[in-house]
Design a protein. Sequence first.
Length: 319
Amino acid sequence: MVESRLRVIEGRTVPEVPVAWDPWEFQALCVEAFVASWRARGFSPVTVDNDIGLLERTLKALGRPAWDVTPEDIDRVVGGLAVEGRAPSTRRGYVQIFKGFHRFLQARKAAEIEAAFGVRLVCPVDEFNASRHVGDDSPALLPPPTPERVEEFFDFLKARIATARKYPPAARDYALFRTLYHAGLRSEEASLLDRPDVHFGRGPFGKLHVRFGKGAHTSGPRPRWVPMLDQLDLVLRWFLDDVRGKFPDSPALFADESGGHLHQGTVRNRLRYLMELEGRPAGSALMPCGGPARPTTTNAEWTWWPSSSYSVTGQSVPP
């Protein structure tokens, strides 16, 4: 006769979940835990802040708790973004952030969700609604701007400084986009520069200390030094001497009208706005503000700048 025995196997217990737990309250706690996992993995504070906003917008658009979302809900949200003319990269962002959150729920919260809400998690993103990593924003379809095109844009910005209703923002925009172009910075890197990050005495041209440089593989910010080529130092000297003091006092180099750092999204929106003022369609190739903008010339004529030039309004402007 075979003797049978019972053995106790160690495993995870299912935490007690209140039967009447509000689904939105529970989802908010899940979002907090998801964000905490980003910080544990070493994501930079800027990345965390941006992704929190994207996740909140995605969940709000879906209109129901993540465990109740269906493939049709994903179709509705992504399709709506397409109808609104949102870029493929934006639509991919919505899908990817939701997939990441849903994977987190499956790994960490599946037992609690099933116990509290009677739902077994199945990801609603499938091959029919997952955005392909190809779209009308492909670099092959958006060639980099020619030096002539960039010169036209900067000529427009210079002329606008003398006539703009608000002088400080117009002058700041000129200095900001010159910095993006000549220093090869990303919009986020430039928007997070502080005044002490400008070092005119380093090297033959001066250097910018990019403290929040883009990292890789969740490494966090990677600081670096960037030379101020093409007489960018003259542009920034003029900006600091004649323009920056007209904004509220703060460490931010390119400040908004409250004195805080410009958001990287604001930088992109300003570019679109200025191109529309210039009479160019928003999709025209100019500067890849989401990525590094590579200088296409080292000719000093791009930024020649006598500091004694003034407009009829008494404000200093480029020639």
